[in-house]
Design a protein around this ligand. Structure first.
Ligand code: GTP
Length: 382
């Protein structure tokens, strides 16, 4: 392996499993290594990119609005890799955070097909949400396949399951993960050395070749032998969408709504909407402005399945007061949802004295969420 080559690690895992949290952990603990991050948001508002610590200036790039595996062409990815990998950027390792609905093997193929001489594929890390593991597997059995091609699996959110349950899940994951190392974590706190040590080893047993990845393709590839013959070419051309056949990708069953409002949200109405959210609405993330109900803070919100949390964060001095939400789900009625959100907007200048109680029920103790503090926003008021 060329010593100058920068390893590129793909960080994947289902919606809300903790990829951004893990990436932030790596960024906080990277020591002398400089990490370049490419963040792929599924929604058109780039919440994940905004949540990456300090947004990292020129060492973070964001590829929004669709899964990197399809909607963003390989040419665009190459352009960003070029930017991060040029020697003047001084980057030691690049991490691509895939969207929670991406097909990781497609990303790995893109990297293996890249002709950029400065990079080398550094492995696939899959993050698993221990608390949602059984339910997610039940809905998407194909996710087992993703574990089968991983180099490292992080079974995250182990704080949310009892010890015996954690051991059972680790056992199942080990069975599915084949040759990959499997580690348990909470809030993505993995041993960074382990993470980076794994990345640069080019000849490591277990790292997949292009041919290996073909074996993991769905049966459609067997029905279309030409797909097997030509993937390198069409991806290298940046014509990743050309076959138009992504119906079996995870994201084909999901829809997303990106909602922005300059008018603050009325806390009681928003909570009524969130508390009665439909089953299919699996993931919500973004920032809420509750206006006069709490003029000092914006509220980072995360919903993953039935889990819901708000994290108040002081507004930065010049920050525009906006609500920006991305909602992702399967079988959801996006238009109705949008209307319901619009109905939560308020123009009332006065705070309703107890209006925030419903929100505060879901505010987490700061200690439980170490890597998502406003430290990533140096200009925030403390
Ligand atoms: N209790 C608990 N919560 C966690 C843990 N890791 C992440 N979370 C929370 O889970 C939510 C989703 O975490 P993210 O890191 O945004 O997940 P993600 O995989 O990047 O999400 P998508 O990009 O939407 O797929 C946030 O509220 C996190 O604070 C953990 O280990 N334990």
């Amino acid at each position: 392996m060329n010593k100058q080559q920068i390893p590129v690690i793909v960080l994947a895992g289902f919606l809300g499993s903790g990829k951004t949290t893990l990436l932030n952990h790596l960024l906080h603990r990277s020591g002398g290594s400089r990490i370049g991050a490419i963040v792929n948001d599924f929604g058109s508002i780039e919440i994940d990119a905004m949540s990456v610590a300090g947004q990292l200036g020129d060492s973070t790039v964001s590829l929004g609005n669709g899964c990197l595996c399809c909607a963003v062409d390989a040419g665009e990815l190459d352009e960003y890799l070029d930017r991060l990998a040029r020697p003047s950027a001084g980057i030691d390792v690049i991490v691509i955070e895939a969207s929670g609905l991406a097909e990781p093997q497609e990303l790995v193929k893109m990297l293996l097909a890249s002709e950029n001489p400065h990079i080398v594929y550094g492995g696939l890390v899959e993050v698993v949400d221990a608390a949602e593991f059984d339910a997610t597997r039940g809905r998407h059995p194909e996710l087992d396949r993703h574990l089968g091609i991983a180099d490292l699996v992080v079974v995250n959110k182990t704080d949310r399951v009892p010890d015996e349950e954690r051991e059972r899940i680790l056992g199942v994951v080990r069975g599915l993960a084949g040759r990959a190392a499997v580690v348990a974590a909470s809030f993505g706190r993995v041993d960074v050395e382990l993470f980076f040590d794994r990345a640069p080893v080019g000849e490591r047993v277990g790292q997949l070749s292009f041919d290996d990845l073909r074996d993991f393709d769905e049966p459609r590839d067997l029905d279309h032998p030409s797909d097997l013959d030509a993937p390198l070419d069409h991806e290298a051309d940046g014509d990743h969408e050309a076959d138009g056949d992504h119906h079996d990708h995870l994201h084909s069953a999901y829809e997303s709504l990106s909602f922005t409002s300059e008018a603050p949200m009325e806390p009681r109405s928003l909570m009524a909407l969130l508390d009665s959210r439909p089953e299919g609405l699996y993931r919500i993330k973004g920032y809420v402005d509750f206006g006069a109900a709490d003029p000092r803070n914006r509220y980072l919100v995360h919903a993953v399945g039935r889990f819901l949390r708000f994290y108040p964060q002081p507004w930065a001095p010049a920050e525009p007061r906006l609500t920006q939400l991305v909602l992702i789900g399967s079988g959801i009625d996006v238009r109705t949802l949008e209307k319901e959100l619009e109905a939560c907007r308020t123009y009332a200048p006065q705070a309703d004295e107890h209006g925030m109680w419903g929100v505060l029920r879901y505010v987490q103790e700061p200690d439980d969420h170490p890597d998502d503090q406003p430290a990533g926003r140096p200009d925030a008021q403390r």
